[in-house]
Design a binder for this molecule. Structure first.
Ligand code: ATP
Length: 304
């Protein structure tokens, strides 16, 4: 059973549809990457899941309930939205203690978490004197206070150095391995390929794709570059087989057929090939292509 369920969610701010009929689920035990370009509606969706924003229509449920109806929300859902939300003048430890006490959580849990996120030695330091990476770790500790089964991270690697990025990745993988549902937003596909088991891709507030990371790769446009000094009937035969053939310099770009199929057709036509090169899109390209096509379609839709 999915732990987070977003159903037909729409959120408008005036004329802006930040989220537009979005549905997806976040299952337990996996890291789900929430991907989309800037302004795609990721933060808005997360805020609605956390009850910080009200949907215009549709709903977002955690364990079958709206956030507002969860009895002990901090014990069900933890979130890292913005590293800058702690009081700068307060010591890191005290920041967590205040949060913990107001939720009936003891100081021992605070000390345990400070160690877990690697802030044990700087726990007495003012929040304002912590580096961005340390504040990010403090935010993670706050999210984990109630030992929640669901975790939301909004662009957690922003501004972190490579060591901090590695740490966050390992942490998210570990939390999922403990059976928790982890939703992490990013606008970088490469980052998600290293961290997520599955992805929910959004563009302009709408769902573009939901599924395993590998599905995105499969969606990548695949091409075969072909060079044949005497092509004869090759192009026509490739087109008959369903390929789309476009000249590129001295070569042909074939789409819709894989390299073995192209080789087989060339052989059947008796055409000698000097080159047969499969060209696959990278994950980042596949993702950009997907989100761009959504943006284009929607722009055309608006113009029509
Ligand atoms: N409180 C608000 N008032 C008005 N417009 C808003 C508000 N919050 C978000 N928006 C708009 O809604 C759209 C979606 O924003 P959102 O922050 O959810 O996107 P995002 O995918 O998280 O992008 P980013 O990666 O830039 O954070 C944007 O056009 C944004 O300007």
């Amino acid at each position: 059973m999915p732990v987070i369920e977003v159903r037909e969610l729409t959120k408008r701010y005036g004329a802006t549809r930040a989220v537009d009929g979005l549905s997806f689920t976040v299952p337990p035990g996996l890291v789900t990457g929430f991907l989309g370009p800037n302004g795609a509606g990721k933060s808005t969706t997360m805020r609605v899941v956390l009850g910080l924003d009200r949907p215009t229509s549709g709903e977002a449920l955690v364990g079958g309930h709206r956030y507002a109806d969860l009895p002990r929300p901090l014990h069900r859902v933890g979130a890292l939205l913005d590293a800058g939300d702690a009081h700068p003048g307060r010591a890191a430890r005290d920041h967590l203690r205040v949060l913990a006490r107001s939720n009936g959580i003891g100081d021992r849990r605070v000390d345990e978490l400070l160690e877990r996120v690697g802030l044990g030695s700087v726990a007495g330091r003012r929040v304002g004197a912590l580096s961005l990476g340390m504040r990010q770790r403090l935010g993670v500790a706050a999210a984990l206070l109630g030992d929640p089964e669901v975790l939301l991270f909004d662009e957690p690697v922003n501004g972190l150095d490579p060591e901090g990025i590695r740490w966050i990745r390992g942490l998210m993988r570990g939390l999922a391995a403990e059976g928790r549902a982890v939703l992490v937003s990013s606008h970088l596909m490469g980052e998600m390929a290293l961290t997520a088991d599955r992805v929910v891709v959004v563009g302009r507030g709408r769902l573009v794709l939901e599924g395993p990371v590998s599905e995105l790769v499969d969606r990548a446009r695949r091409e075969v570059l072909v060079r044949a000094p005497e092509p004869g009937g090759l192009v026509a035969a490739l087109e008959r087989a369903g390929g789309e053939v476009v000249p590129e310099g001295e070569r042909w770009v074939v789409r819709g057929l894989d390299a073995p199929a192209v080789a087989g057709i060339a052989h059947a036509e008796g055409v000698l090939l000097h080159e047969l090169t499969p060209r696959g899109a990278s994950l980042e390209e596949a993702y950009l292509e997907l989100t761009e096509s959504v943006v284009r379609h929607r722009a055309e839709g608006v113009a029509a």
